[in-house]
Design a protein around this ligand. Structure first.
Ligand code: C2E
Ligand code: CA
Ligand code: CA
Ligand code: CA
Length: 279
């Protein structure tokens, strides 16, 4: 019995050491990967399903490691955050994405937005906000075309400091979107006072369609609420035609999800935009 115990202990300790080594390695290779072009933005369109146009392209970070293969942002974004590299990473991704965005404006007649995922921590950094305002000006991007997506959390809605930062960014022409809405800290009282241009309703609610009447009831009320408040509403994670029909019947016309497109590299996004132009 003693022997088995020891083997177990050795097994766990080896796998812990392995995951620790991987973490250290990713931490060290993150910014070099960005420089080398192994870590780069992909784009997932958000569509207005009535006029069949792309209203926004969301930047989603992708890391294709030469030896470790594909690494999910769910793994490396927290690592970047904990090692104080998320600002540098995000700024690098934005610089890259803005080049693509301007190309689409000039060559594909693209009139939609570029949406960028940020954390409330990042938005509370003066130097990050200054970066945003500066690069928008340098690139000559019109007001209302760059959007910041923030995941809802307690800190976000209860910190007057963050609210003030978001107002400042709005005054500088940025739009503010709340990501994964309904998934976490769901106190709806704030959304009438909070500086919000758009709500992205969490995929879990879309998954209720045709599956749970109670879930559908909550979804319906969120749609009504955003219509009444005049806040844009995007349904995320739309995968089926039944979901599209359900949402359209309730006048939720903005959608994103695998049904329309997965996150795709810049060249494919160019093709996607051009195909919509000819249609
Ligand atoms: P998110 O911002 O909520 O992005 C949506 C995630 O759902 C993406 O996963 C996307 O690929 C996936 N998705 C979209 N449509 C569908 C669908 O129809 N079905 C299913 N099953 N999934 C769908 P991804 O790219 O793995 O990103 C995961 C999360 O990582 C993002 O969630 C976001 O919170 C974070 N993330 C990604 N890139 C960045 C970034 O550059 N900065 C920050 N701060 N976070 C990022
Ligand atoms: Ca997002
Ligand atoms: Ca989301
Ligand atoms: Ca999410």
């Amino acid at each position: 019995a003693k022997k088995i115990k020891q083997t177990h202990w050795m097994y766990y300790s080896t796998s812990m050491a392995e995951s620790w080594n991987r973490r250290l390695r990713l931490e060290k290779e993150l910014l070099p990967a960005l420089q080398a072009g192994h870590l780069l933005p992909h784009y997932q369109p958000e569509l207005d399903t009535v006029v069949q146009q792309v209203v926004s392209l969301e930047v989603l970070a992708r890391w294709f490691h030469p030896t470790l293969g594909f690494i999910s942002p769910q793994e490396f974004i927290p690592i970047a955050e904990e090692s104080a590299q998320l600002q540098a990473l995000t700024e690098g991704l934005i610089q890259h994405a803005l080049k693509d965005f301007i190309y689409w404006q000039h060559h594909c007649g693209y009139r939609g937005m570029l949406s960028i995922n940020v954390t409330s921590q990042l938005v509370s950094e003066d130097s990050f906000c200054e970066f945003l305002v500066k690069i928008k000006k340098e690139c000559g991007v019109a007001d209302g075309l760059l959007e910041l997506e923030l995941t809802e959390n307690m800190q976000l809605f209860e910190s007057p400091f963050i609210q003030q930062k978001l107002r400042l960014l709005q005054e500088n022409g940025f739009r503010i979107a709340i990501d994964d809405f309904g998934s976490g800290y769901s106190n709806f009282s704030y959304i009438s006072e909070f500086p919000i241009d758009k709500i992205k309703i969490d995929k879990s609610f879309i998954d209720y369609i045709g599956e749970s009447e109670k879930g559908e009831a909550v979804l319906d009320s969120l749609v009504l609420l955003s219509l009444r408040l005049g806040i844009d509403l995007v349904a995320e994670g739309v995968e089926t035609e039944a979901q599209v029909h359900y949402l359209q019947l309730r006048e939720c016309m903005l959608m994103q999800g695998y049904y329309f497109s997965k996150p795709i590299p810049a060249e494919e996004a160019t093709t996607f935009l051009q195909r919509l132009l000819v249609n």
